[in-house]
Design a protein around this ligand. Structure first.
Ligand code: 5GP
Length: 179
């Protein structure tokens, strides 16, 4: 197994700042709730919120998806739920990566039942070639090929989240990567 750099730290920082400015402009005068999906999106969310110039709160969702590291089954369990109601709030769900789309699609259905004023999605990465359930990504960092990405919050068997850049794992991939 080897790690090959994919997107460097300054390119990520530039794109994350652009997304934060877009969000700031889109929600002027509104109060936002930022909902990072743990664990993979915590680094992206931490950088993103620091450049959003609005009143906002942050509340976390912990999820576990069944299936192996490479194949989401679409069955998602919420392991840590939001600590506050999102009724009548403007919510942005923050994901690390949209792969098949099954996880986000489940979460959108779940969060919609809680009657937010609006619900949008920001994802650092998207693998369009793997789509099984199409989801609209309102704020996207980068589209990537069908490769297994680690770093900047994303793990392989809980490792590599601390890499300051995005990298691709090459070689054999034992099961074990997770949210
Ligand atoms: P989906 O339900 O869209 O297929 O899967 C979404 C979840 O699968 C992501 O939030 C992430 O935890 C995991 N995942 C999918 N592709 C990758 C990848 O390339 N690298 C890592 N580290 N996790 C991935």
């Amino acid at each position: 197994m080897a790690i090959k750099p994919l997107i460097d730290a300054s390119t990520i920082a530039q794109r994350v700042t652009e997304l934060a400015h877009e969000i700031t402009n889109d929600y002027l005068g509104k109060e936002l709730v930022i909902v990072p999906v743990l664990k993979g999106s915590y680094v992206f969310a931490a950088d993103l919120v620091r450049y959003i110039e609005l009143d906002l709160s942050v509340d976390f969702l912990g999820v576990r998806s069944y299936g192996d590291a490479q194949d989401s089954s679409g069955v998602v369990q919420i392991t840590t739920d939001l600590s506050h109601s999102i009724e009548d709030k403007h919510v942005i769900l923050i994901e690390d990566i949209v792969d098949t789309g099954l996880t986000v699609s489940y979460l959108f259905k779940n969060l919609s039942t809680r009657r937010p004023a609006s619900l949008k999605l920001a994802s650092l990465l998207h693998k369009p070639s793997r789509t099984r359930e199409a989801v609209k990504i309102d704020y996207l960092g980068f589209a990537v090929e069908d490769v297994f990405v680690v770093g900047y919050g994303l793990d392989h068997a809980q490792k590599f989240r601390n890499l300051p850049y995005l990298a691709v794992v090459t070689g054999e991939l034992p099961p074990g990567a997770s949210q």
